[in-house]
Design a protein around this ligand. Structure first.
Ligand code: 5U1
Length: 705
């Protein structure tokens, strides 16, 4: 399959793609979790998330603040009570090939420093809706959907109507949260839809939607009429452990009266896991319910605890997804969108085509080289076939950004089709669109004068992880941007809206769509955001490459706007103490640092920032609750080979003990942990008089010796 490999992406391509992925995944999450009306297939969705993770893996500095890797599901819908999960409901990393599974196994073994064969459970991944059931003294007291992983919807009454969910259990720990999947069988789905069509009601697109739509009913009497089922596969809070291994814990849940999947197996290493995957794939069509892959989990629960979690997924589990689909359709047009950072992104407008049950009418075309049949290095993709308006194109639906064009049928090419000419002028502002050396993306050079960039920046500014102003979303800022009377062209102008409105004698409340109450509410919401945490402000500035994660790192490092601003003002790209300090932050690379320092030295950008900050009270970063450990508050650098604990485990452990882990040695380093083979960092540390310890001393400090 002709997909541009991640290793061939330039920084700029990667950043642009991560931005598109974040937007596409957020849209898909909202459609799937909040509205129960998916706009893309699961395989498309998985493909997006996987591509995103791969790009982040290669360009950690480009990881966005709104990275889909850090998010699970979507916020709860209005109408349901909220339930804060005592233990977060996680999602799973995905594997799409046997190689991915082998990599997963190797990663787990390397993290644990385990040489022999490791045991994993393997079970079907049910295509349904996650649910957490809480039992207290054997009585079902609460049922909650996953929501965003932290907070779910209270669907207790609905869950009580599901026959597979016991209301009472005997012999369970006093507190037991059972987690699993609510689903609908093929036969029940067909019967439900037949009934719905007969009575003229809305039918469901697939069993998953039917299950989600049925469970997430505000009226439990409707849920009661829907044939829902439940498989248990995990747990949350427990007053005492269920077992020592994943497999035995599942057996225990079964003995307590839960349905567990009969195809759950204990496998010794990747070869047996893959054998079971292939066997499940063969049985898939006859199971009678939808599955979309196989989940592997480290069997030993003590090892699961050691492996722990990344931001939203455990290190000890992975979902091996089944392959997805392709479809042919006609390319009607190519539109050029201009993003927040000026990137010109070509979008394919397609004749709508159904791929895996979802109608696809747009696809990304990445950049001009991609359209021309070349990769970033000038290599050939799609056997060199270019993409032309009028072509029959194949939409690719797995393992890549979705939807995406994978192939072109030259035999069906219209005789008058001409090669696509990529614009060299911004279609939005007419400024020159420049492609810098080594950058696959052409960018509008209009900066602040380009209305498309300005609008996208404003949308970013008010987005959920930035200022998140209630009643001032993407639609509203776009309208204010074009408003002739009360224009909002820059973030600072949001904070002068009320005084300008007053000067105009309350024009806004006399407008269509606005009333006294809604205007009052909007102004109150804007007022409330004059106080803003430093990390949100840094993210909201919309500086290229500065995502939410890096904004958090920067805020934690500098602590206050004054310190951050002073450091950025003093910093010079590639030299000096401020640059060294900035790039020593673990997770801040040279690309991000350059972008940041450049933004602070660009007069128009700087003026816009200063104008904004003048309206704000920027909250400083609260010091973390002190951890009582020998390394709490210290800055550590690891170098050389660690023999008893992998580098990843050492870093996770150090952070859990309240230490900061830096990527390079500087005057701020307190401790260098040097394993065999340590080189320049050890020399640098010695020259700076920094304490150097070996791995055994580190283990003693970490309480592992
Ligand atoms: N079968 C299965 N599906 N599933 C989904 N196991 C499983 N485990 C999951 C998820 C989200 O999460 C674990 C992290 C508990």
């Amino acid at each position: 399959m002709m997909v541009k490999p991640v290793e061939e992406l330039t920084q700029a391509e990667a950043a642009a793609e991560l931005a598109r992925l974040a937007a596409a995944i957020a849209g898909a999450n909202a459609a799937y979790h909040t509205r129960d009306t998916p706009e893309m297939s699961d395989s498309d969705y998985d493909a997006l998330k996987r591509r995103n993770a791969e790009i982040e893996g290669r360009f950690p500095g480009l990881k966005r603040s709104d990275s889909p890797s850090d998010q699970v599901g979507a916020p709860v819908a209005e109408g349901f009570g909220k339930v804060a999960h005592v233990i977060r409901m996680l999602s799973l990393e995905n594997a799409f090939s046997e190689e991915d599974v082998a990599d997963f196994e190797a990663r787990v073994r390397s993290y644990l420093g385990h040489d022999g064969v490791l045991a994993f459970t393997a079970e079907p991944k049910i295509d349904g809706l996650s649910l957490s059931l809480r039992y207290e003294n054997g009585v079902l007291v609460q049922a909650a959907t996953r929501g965003d992983g932290e907070t779910g919807e209270n669907v207790t009454e609905n869950a009580r109507t599901i026959a597979d969910i016991p209301q009472q259990i005997i012999g369970a720990p006093a507190v037991l949260e059972v987690r699993g999947e609510v689903y609908m069988s093929h036969a029940d789905f067909a019967a439900l839809n037949a009934r719905a069509s007969a009575t003229g009601e809305k039918t469901f697109a697939n069993p998953r939607n039917a299950a989600a739509g049925s469970l997430r009913q505000l009226d439990a009497t409707i849920t009661k009429t829907r044939p829902l089922r439940f498989f248990a596969y995990a747990w949350g809070a427990l007053s005492s452990p269920l077992a020592d291994s994943q497999f035995d814990a599942i057996q225990r849940l079964k003995s307590l009266g839960f349905q567990t999947n009969p195809l759950t197996r204990l496998c010794q290493g990747a070869p047996e896991m893959l054998e079971h995957y292939r066997s499940i794939e063969v049985q898939r069509a006859t199971l009678g319910y939808d599955i979309d892959g196989v989940v592997y989990k480290v069997n030993d629960l003590a090892l699961q605890r050691r492996l722990g979690f990344r931001s939203a997924t455990p290190r000890w589990a992975i979902a091996h997804k089944f392959p997805a689909e392709l479809a042919w359709t006609r390319l009607e047009a190519i539109d050029i969108q201009v993003g927040r950072t000026g990137a010109l992104s070509p979008v394919a407008r397609l004749s709508p085509v159904t791929v895996g049950g979802v109608v696809v009418s747009n696809a990304t075309l990445h950049n001009e080289d991609y359209i021309a049949g070349r990769d970033a290095k000038g290599g050939v993709i799609r056997e060199g076939k270019d993409i032309r308006i009028g072509d029959w194109v194949q939409v690719y639906r797995a393992g890549d950004v979705i939807p995406k064009i994978n192939d072109v049928n030259l035999e069906k090419r219209p005789s008058d089709a001409v090669p696509f000419t990529f614009p060299t002028i911004c279609p939005q502002c007419g400024s020159e669109a420049i492609r810098e050396d080594g950058d696959a993306v052409r960018r509008c050079s209009g900066g602040m004068i380009c209305p498309a960039q300005a609008v996208e920046r404003l949308k970013h500014f008010v987005s959920r992880n930035a200022f998140d102003i209630e009643g001032l979303g993407a639609k509203q800022v776009e309208a204010f941007f074009h408003d002739p009377v009360l224009p909002v062209k820059t973030p600072a102008e949001i904070f002068t809206l009320q005084s300008r409105d007053a000067a105009q004698l309350a024009k806004l409340e006399n407008r269509d769509g606005w009333g006294r109450a809604s205007v009052k509410k909007l102004f109150a919401a804007i007022e409330a955001k004059r106080q803003i945490p430093l990390n949100r402000l840094i993210f909201a500035l919309g500086i290229r490459h500065v995502g939410e994660t890096s904004a958090n790192l920067l805020a934690t490092h500098y602590g206050s706007w004054a310190a951050f601003e002073a450091a950025m003002t003093a910093a010079q790209v590639g030299e000096g103490a401020e640059w060294a300090d900035l790039t020593a932050i673990d997770g801040v690379g040279a690309v991000l640092a350059t972008s940041l320092v450049t933004a602070f030295h660009q007069p128009a950008e700087r003026a816009a920032m200063d104008a904004l900050v003048a309206h704000l009270t920027v909250q400083e970063v609260k010091a973390r609750a002190p951890v009582d450990s020998a390394v709490a508050g210290k800055t550590l650098v690891f170098t050389g080979t660690l023999e008893k604990m992998s580098r990843a485990e050492a870093k996770a452990r150090a952070e859990a003990l309240g230490a900061k882990v830096a990527g390079s040695v500087s005057a701020k380093t307190d401790l260098l942990i040097a394993g065999p083979g340590a080189g320049s960092k050890a020399k640098q540390a010695a020259a700076l008089g920094i304490r150097i310890i070996d791995e055994d001393e580190w283990l003693a400090l970490a309480g592992e010796a």
